[in-house]
Design a protein around this ligand. Structure first.
Ligand code: UD1
Ligand code: CA
Length: 460
């Protein structure tokens, strides 16, 4: 869509959210409300977006960065006033200006494209995106004449009784011809019940100037739902979440219980993967084919290869290679890379470590800042003592080594390839390859100790 730009109004306070956070930064499935709107704008092929910020402007700008331009509205004097603040960003030869609201995350790219096409086809100066609601309470109403042509928009608070019966409402989203929009803005006044500059008044101004105005009615009125409080936020979340899950299921993954499965919008799940209940897949996670994920699992920003099985575990910002088993009850922390056909069992925590192919860490183990080779066995209760109270140190265990149960590896330390560490050892010095290290007190036997002590009397 050449020569069009989008203007997203996001200066309002959003008091009903009862939040310290800017309303448009509340999130649905990993993306803020404002980003959802911008996402649809980009998908519709519109490259330039300007956001009108006001309340919590710095916070909004920090989140959106330089992917959009900004206009600042110091005081919220109405939607028309908000658009006036962005006038410097609008060139007369801009073509079409799409005006959207930062709190309507369900608007689709298809509707945006269709509205713009409609606008062009009828050679309109303004096209209002409208919808029909059985209970239109609160919305501006679309007033049409006998022939059905749009006459004006009247705000709920300014509407007469017969106008309040109108079911067709203004979504607050429009497509304008750039030059005509600027002309109309110059004619706005704040002579109304709210003392605001209403963007909606541009419609009458344009019609009075002999321009074409049309209304593009959306098929699915949910698309224009605005988020004003947390109940609406939850409702919209449900709609978006279901769309994401449906898309993943249509691409060949099984979701056992969609009601208890949460997947962020950017995540990918391969065919024949089965996702069990109470599972959260967050961020830009990519899961391959034929995996088993869950129940009760959280995976965030990970790359999980085909055939992996992750049960009742938390895996963050890490890579897991093919056919590896994780869990139940494992915690893989950021910066880890778990190789192929690895087994990470119950109550194992791995932090910022590399685990080689075929290695087994089956139970009750902590591995931090370590590089564990291939086909290693870390026995039950191995602890990598990576922190000396001041800094984190590195541990290396070579390929094919065997570290017995309840061993402490005091970092920095290295265990060579094919080495053995005896159970219960506290290893402070490097273990050369092919050797056995035993670092614990020798066992002593005190023969007949019990008999010599005599039998203690009960209760004494
Ligand atoms: C507006 C429309 C109404 C429509 C409704 C749809 C006007 C006068 N009315 O009403 O016809 O049915 O949206 O939801 O336009 N904003 C600013 N600066 C301001 C005022 C608002 O940036 O000074 C932003 C808000 O942050 C919000 C959007 O504009 O994103 C809509 O503002 P809001 O106050 O919710 O408008 P409504 O009164 O609901
Ligand atoms: Ca509103």
């Amino acid at each position: 869509m050449e020569h069009s730009m989008a203007l997203i109004l996001a200066a309002g306070e959003g008091t009903r959210m009862k939040s310290r956070k800017a309303k448009v930064l509340h999130e649905i499935c990993g993306m803020s409300l404002l980003e959802w709107v911008h996402h649809s704008v980009k998908k519709a092929g519109i490259k330039k977006t300007v956001v009108v910020v006001g309340h919590k402007a710095e916070e909004v700008k920090e989140k959106m960065g330089d992917q959009v331009g900004y206009a600042f509205q110091k005081e919220q004097l109405g939607t028309g006033h908000a658009v006036m603040q962005a006038q410097d960003h609008i060139n007369n030869n801009e073509g079409h200006i799409l005006v959207l609201c930062g709190d309507t995350p369900l608007i689709s790219s298809e509707t945006i494209s269709e509205a713009v096409n409609f606008h062009k086809t009828y050679n309109n100066s303004a096209t209002i995106i409208t919808a029909e609601f059985q209970e239109p309470e609160g919305y501006g109403r679309i007033v049409r004449d006998e022939s059905g042509a749009v006459k004006k928009i009247v705000e709920h608070k300014d509407a007469k009784d017969d106008e309040k019966n109108i079911k067709e409402i203004n979504s607050g989203m429009y497509c304008f011809n750039a030059k005509d929009l600027k002309t109309a803005l110059a004619g706005l006044s704040n002579n109304n019940s709210q003392g605001e500059y209403y963007l909606t008044d541009t419609i009458e101004i344009l019609l009075n100037g002999g321009k074409n105005v049309g209304a593009y009615k959306v098929g699915d009125n949910k698309e224009v739902l605005g988020i004003n409080d947390r109940v609406q936020l939850a409702y919209a979340s449900g709609i978006i979440k279901n769309k994401i899950l449906e898309n993943i299921m249509r691409n060949g993954a099984t979701i056992i219980d969609p009601t208890s499965t949460y997947i962020d919008w950017g995540a990918k799940v391969g065919a024949d993967t089965v996702i069990y209940p109470s599972t959260f897949i967050r961020g830009k996670t990519q899961i391959g084919e034929n995996c088993t994920i869950g129940p009760g699992t959280t995976i965030e920003d990970c790359k999980i290869a085909c055939g992996a099985r992750i049960i009742n575990s938390v895996v963050c910002k890490s890579i897991v290679d093919e056919n590896t088993n994780i869990g139940p009850f494992a915690y893989i922390r950021p910066g880890s890379h778990i190789g192929r056909e690895v087994k990470i069992g119950d109550f194992v925590e791995i932090k910022k470590s590399k685990i080689g192919d075929g290695t087994k860490i089956s139970h009750l183990t902590y591995v931090g800042d370590a590089e564990i080779g291939k086909n290693v066995n870390l026995g039950c209760g191995v602890v990598v003592v990576n922190y000396d109270g001041q800094k984190k140190n590195k541990t290396v265990v070579g390929d094919n080594s065997f570290v017995g149960c309840n061993v402490n590896l005091i970092s920095p330390v290295e265990v060579g390839d094919n080495a053995y560490v005896a159970a219960g050892s506290t290893i402070t010095d490097s273990v050369p390859e092919n050797s056995l290290a035993i670092a614990r007190e020798r066992q002593i036997i005190k023969a007949d100790w019990v008999t010599k002590r005599g039998t203690p009397k009960k209760g004494k």
